[in-house]
Structures are given as C-alpha cells and as structure tokens.
Design a protein around this ligand. Structure first.
Ligand SMILES: Cc1ncc(COP(=O)(O)O)c(C=O)c1O
Length: 362
C-alpha cells in the first residue's frame, strides 16, 4: 500500500520558506500568537478528549443547525478528518467519486489505499462549475462516498444550494454519503449555500481553522457527521494522533468564540485583496482565468497555452515569489494564485509576476 508524497506538498516544503513574496498560499494572512492576544498560560499540556474538548465542540456545533457536539469530531486539520472518513466509508471493493481539481489529499488518500477512484472533473468550458448531470452518470452501484470542495481550491468555483441538494440526492440514491470540504465557505463573497451536514444525515461537512482563520499552525479541523461516522473517526485517529494539541484547541475555542468580531475583518481584507488581483488580471495580456466566485485562490492559465512550470520556477528562483504550478495539482497549464495574504506582499508579488511574464513571454 504505497503512500507517495504529494507533488503540491513537495513544492511547498522546498520553496515556500525561500521566497519574499508568497502569492500562492491558499489561506488568509497567517496570524501570530501575539496578534491573537490569547492568554495560554493556564493551558494544561496534557492529552485531550479524543474527539476534541467538549467546549470547543459545543462552540463549533453552534454553526450547524440540527447538529450537536455529538456530531463533531475535531481532528488534526481537515486532512485527518478526510483520511478517516475515506478509510471508514470506502472499503477495498468500493468506489469513491472525488471532484477534481481539489486539494490533492482528497484524491491521493483513496489512491494510496488502492480504492476504485472516479474523478468528477470541473471543466474550464463550464467555468469550473460542478455539473450534476455529469456527476449522476459517474455514480456506480458500489459508490460509497462522493466528495466536493466549494469554494474550490484551486479554481475558486462555488456551488449553489440547488446543486448541493442534487448532489446529496445523487449520493442518497445509491446509499452513499456526500462529503463537502467547506474549508473556504466562510469566505463566500455572497450568501453561502447551507452547511452540507445540516441538509441530510448522509451529508458530511469538513472544515478547518487553517484557511479562513489563517491558523494552519494550530492543526485544528473537524468533520460534522452522523454519530457512527464520528465514532469511526475517533477509532482511526486513536491509532494515529490520539487527540489534538491542547494549545491548538485553546486557540481555536477563543477564536471561534469571537467569530462575529474577527470574521468581518478577515472578509473585508480578502475582498479588498480580490479587487487588487482582479484589476491586475484585467490589466495584463499574458494570462486568462475564470474569475474566482469566492475564497482566496484562482487558477489562471497562459493565453498562449502550455505548461506553467517554467514560470513558477523562474518566479521562485529569480523573483523570490511563490505560486503553485498546476502540474502539482493535476491541473496542467494553469497555476495557483492566492490572494488571502498580506496586501503589500500581494501587490509586490504581482509586480514580480508581471516582470517574470515579461521576461519569459514578451
Ligand atoms: C480544500 C482544502 N481542504 C483541506 C485542506 C487541508 O487543510 P488542513 O489539514 O490544514 O485543515 C486544504 C489545505 O490546503 C485545502 O485546501
């Protein structure tokens, strides 16, 4: 059972710390402990509850209509929840349908486990929108899980409430589950669709403190699901991580408690950054994109076509600017731009990008 490294993560590990301008990250500006101003002095550095501290789970449950803290499994990032849900629901003879492109672990985990994996492709021609007629045709009698990611990483495409309803119906018709990676949902530019887990017991919501909240270093994410799935996550994670970091949980609890205070500030910064990148895209001739519908990432491509590998490598090596080549996310010909970070860094990074494009393609 081979677990290969993910090209996206190899790229991050190699270059993200080597640059001055990061315009490839898929989250908002990273926060520091100092900026958070949370007193951690009394946090006991002990093993925690295996499903997450009840106070944190209660705080999380407030967002999910119809769910209680019994439906919440807090995990080491959304990544651990993703792994556990797939490992539990998709057996050796089962099929899983994964929307593609997406954050690679969503399809890499079933690949590593040797599961029957069907990719549900988002196409440029359809503005990267999820086509439910296409999804319906992909479902097999042995499909046990369908996963979607919206707002999507790396395309920024969004899903409507009706499409979500239809996806749940498609899953339910074959007795499968629908898992929606809602990591970017709080960064919807308009009203978001309902949280998947609040729509059906067959729907699972997956999310994280990493992206919207700029806190990937605390490694806190969660799944909201029917109780047997929550129990399965607990069994799996007890063999891997046992419980969460107590420091991470303490920070997540405080931040979520102040959600109504903090989120508008983050959203305002993201929307202001989006205007900058939108204007930048409108004022150059090398690239084209499907404008992201929400979130903090987009996936432009070269108007002249071809690979973006050379561009991304030149950017890191010569211009000290970080983006992500599409080939590292199985989206050849595109590359990922992130606009969630520091605004000055975004402006400088885009200027570097203009120089690199001029050097390579003028
Ligand atoms: C859509 C999506 N889901 C999940 C993850 C994993 O995040 P984490 O494990 O930090 O919560 C990422 C990370 O890039 C992502 O983009």
């Amino acid at each position: 059972m081979p677990f290969d490294r993910m090209p996206l993560e190899i790229w991050f590990d190699e270059y993200q710390f080597e640059v001055d301008y990061d315009i490839g990250e898929s989250g908002t500006k990273f926060l520091t402990v100092k900026e958070l101003d949370i007193d951690l002095n009394e946090v006991e550095l002990r093993y925690g509850y295996h499903l997450g501290h009840p106070d944190l789970r209660k705080e999380i449950a407030k967002q999910y209509k119809g769910s209680t803290f019994n439906n919440i499994a807090v995990t080491t990032g959304a990544s651990e929840a993703n792994f556990a849900v797939i490992a539990h629901l998709v057996g050796p003879k089962d099929n899983i349908i994964v929307e593609h492109p997406t954050y690679p672990s969503l399809f890499q985990v079933p690949r590593s486990l040797g599961r029957d994996l069907t990719l549900f492709k988002l196409d440029w021609e359809n503005e990267f929108r999820p086509d439910m007629d296409k999804l319906r045709k992909l479902v097999k009698p042995n499909t046990k899980l369908i996963t979607l990611t919206h707002p999507n990483n790396p395309t920024g495409s969004v899903i409507t409430k009706n499409e979500l309803k239809e996806a749940i119906e498609i899953a339910e018709e074959v007795g499968a589950y629908l898992m929606v990676d809602e990591t970017y949902r709080d960064l919807m530019f308009d009203t978001p669709p309902p949280l998947a887990a609040s729509m059906s017991p067959r729907a699972i919501s997956l999310t994280s403190m990493s992206k919207t909240w700029g806190l990937p270093g605390i490694r806190i994410g969660w799944a909201v699901a029917d109780r047997p799935i929550v129990e399965a996550i607990r069994a799996i994670r007890e063999q891997v991580t046992i419980c969460n970091s107590s420091i991470g949980e303490a920070i997540a609890k405080e931040v979520l408690h102040k959600r109504d205070e903090i989120l508008p500030v983050i959203r305002k910064a993201v929307i202001s950054n989006f205007k900058i990148i939108e204007e930048w895209m409108n004022n150059q001739n090398w690239l084209e994109w499907i404008k992201p519908g929400s979130g903090v990432v987009g996936a432009p491509r070269l108007r002249q076509g071809g690979s973006t590998d050379e561009l991304c490598k030149t950017l890191v090596r010569k211009y000290r600017t970080f983006t992500v080549p599409g080939s590292h996310m199985e989206l050849d010909g595109h590359f990922r731009l992130g606009f969630g970070g520091n605004q000055e860094e975004l402006i400088s990074g885009l200027e570097q990008l203009r120089r690199a494009l001029g050097e390579l393609y003028s």
